[in-house]
Design a protein around this ligand. Structure first.
Ligand SMILES: [Zn+2]
Length: 151
């Protein structure tokens, strides 16, 4: 399962009742993207929730792909967001706190930790490949990224 399958909407029950409809708890589930993040119901949400929902839509659902919002861009952008927070020096708990403040989302710190470990391992593998390939620049860039994520 991708990490984006393990990101959940905070106050899910409360939001569903404000929207007067149900949607899955998982933030990146197709129905949640449709109903909560790009539906007409946004106006029915209380101010604080609406701001967060709009921020999420603006930051992750802003592409013009034909399949929008089911094109994979929201997931890809969210993963960059997680890696960016890590590069800023936050640990799993801190990342979970920030996504709560920013977008009213939550995840289990253990899931974030495995995701970060996997990302570092993927980068290590890419770095080794670049070395073998003597693509020095690429290898250095990847190494830099890996060090940012593993400090
Ligand atoms: Zn897209």
């Amino acid at each position: 399962m991708a990490i984006t399958d393990k990101i959940y909407v905070k106050n899910h029950r409360q939001l569903a009742s404000q929207l007067d409809t149900s949607f899955p708890k998982s933030a990146f589930s197709g129905a949640t993207l449709d109903i909560l993040f790009s539906g007409d119901g946004i106006a029915k949400l209380d101010d604080a929730s609406r701001d967060r929902v709009l921020d999420f839509a603006e930051d992750f659902l802003d592409c013009n792909c034909q399949g929008h919002p089911h094109c994979g861009c929201p997931e890809r952008k969210f993963i960059s967001y997680l890696l960016e927070l890590r590069a800023q020096g936050l640990g799993p708990e801190g990342i979970v706190d920030v996504m709560g403040d920013d977008y009213m989302l939550y995840a289990y710190p253990g899931d974030i930790l495995s995701f970060l470990d996997d990302s570092v391992r993927t980068l290590e593998a890419a770095e080794r490949l670049a070395d073998v390939d003597s693509r020095k620049k690429a290898g250095e860039r990847i190494g830099q990224r890996r060090r940012e994520l593993s400090r």
